[in-house]
Design a protein around this ligand. Structure first.
Ligand code: NAD
Ligand code: IPM
Ligand code: MN
Length: 360
């Protein structure tokens, strides 16, 4: 192993998880061969698979492997088999995000020309925005929380530092994009949202070139379908970001096509589709592999500084869709394997040379 060799921790997940991870790794292998990129993977149990093996969705060994890697690739975890487990797979997901301090989660929504026919909405101009979702605080992690026979409660809590650091990620990203940030909240009701507005408007002062506005989350849910082309960077807290990102994904044609990157200030970033383990289609061989393959592309670009390889993958995906080789979620009739092999064929046969242009 040379010092150039990148170490990738692989968490293959549950239900469709292993199916799409297999696709993602096949594409990684093909694009790496073409570009002489050296990597090694270590596959470790996580989520439901880890509960079955060890009783814990995030075993200490798995966390250690992730911490010692250059990047983490995850497919999706959870499902009915473990819905009543003492510690669910989802708890492991929250724990790994917290342990790796992955406080910002980047979820892109791009409707490429090839995908336009499959969008359920009328798309006028280019749609290209990213949601920057706070990932390690808010109501997901706040205490106290409890459930008794008579009542249940959760706590939404944010500190100024937690808001400031993710806001900076959003504004830095806007500087490299269309220089606009929209902060989404419920400041007409929630104390945490009022606090977010105070902190974020302060951060905005350091970015005079970036225009900044706010939207209430209910109105934003409407605007994502009525005027998605107006947005650039959408900054929001954990729960709102979870909900709005599934909605945003769907306007591209399918939830099964959207990747994500979760990162902190140091240490490995984690790449995963935004969707879940899709138990309803597991084992049928029809899961859309694009979300996972795009997660691989996002990893190559952002953790390994290979935007050229990421572009080869993304161009091949677009070409495959343009050729109507698609899984049923996009209205196609092809299997996961056929779509994956077509993407690989396009990568392998393409003779284009690419200019390196790091956009992150
Ligand atoms: P889901 O995202 O798994 O599925 C929602 C719908 O989208 C389903 O009809 C599914 O078939 C479809 N879908 C999702 N990905 C697809 C793909 N790649 N190709 C084709 N169709 C796809 O959401 P859910 O059913 O609410 O959750 C299932 C399980 O996944 C739950 O246990 C949930 O907690 C978990 N989950 C995990 C993650 C994660 O690992 N990051 C994310 C979301 C949900
Ligand atoms: C996601 C998922 C997770 C979340 C669940 C499975 C804990 O929905 O990654 O979007 O809510 O963050
Ligand atoms: Mn979600």
């Amino acid at each position: 192993m040379s010092s150039q060799t990148k170490k990738i921790a692989v968490l293959q997940g549950d239900y469709i998880g292993p199916e799409i991870m297999h696709a993602g790794l096949k594409v990684l292998e093909a694009v790496s061969q073409k570009n002489d990129f050296e990597y090694e993977i270590e596959s470790v149990p996580f989520g439901g698979e880890a509960i079955d093996k060890t009783g814990d969705p995030l075993p200490a060994e798995t966390l250690k492997t992730c911490q010692q890697s250059d990047a983490v690739l995850l497919s999706a975890i959870g499902g009915p088999k473990w819905d009543n487990a003492k510690k669910r797979p989802e708890a492991g997901l929250l724990e790994i995000r917290k342990e790796l301090n992955l406080f910002s989660n980047i979820r892109p929504t791009v409707i490429t020309k090839a995908m336009k026919p499959y969008s359920p909405i009328k798309v006028k101009d280019d749609v290209d925005f990213v949601i920057v979702r706070e990932l390690t605080s808010g109501i997901y992690f706040g205490t106290p929380r409890n459930k008794t026979a008579d009542e249940a409660y959760d706590t939404m809590r944010y500190t100024a530092d937690e808001i400031r650091r993710v806001a900076k990620v959003a504004f830095d990203m806007a500087m490299r994009r269309k220089k606009h940030v929209t902060m989404v909240d419920k400041a007409n009701v929630l104390a945490t949202s009022k606090f977010w507005r105070e902190i974020v408007s302060d951060v905005a002062k350091d970015y005079p070139e970036v225009t900044y506005d706010n939207s209430y989350v209910d109105a934003m849910a409407m605007k994502i379908v009525s005027e998605p082309e107006k947005f650039d960077v959408i900054l929001t807290e954990n729960l709102f970001g979870d909900i709005l990102s599934d909605e945003s994904a769907e306007i591209t044609g399918s939830l099964g096509t959207i990747p994500s990157m979760s990162m902190g200030n140091s240490g490995p970033a984690l790449y995963e589709p935004i969707h879940g383990s899709a138990p309803d289609i597991a084992g049928l061989g029809i899961a859309d592999p694009i979300s996972m393959i795009k997660s691989v592309a996002m990893m190559l670009e952002n953790s390994f500084d290979r935007p050229d390889m990421a572009k080869q993958i993304n161009d091949a995906i677009d070409q495959t869709i343009a050729d109507k080789v698609m899984t049923p979620d996009l209205g196609g009739h092809n299997s996961t394997d056929v779509v994956t092999d077509e993407i690989i064929k396009t990568i392998t046969e393409s003779s284009e040379t690419y200019v390196t242009n790091n956009v992150r």
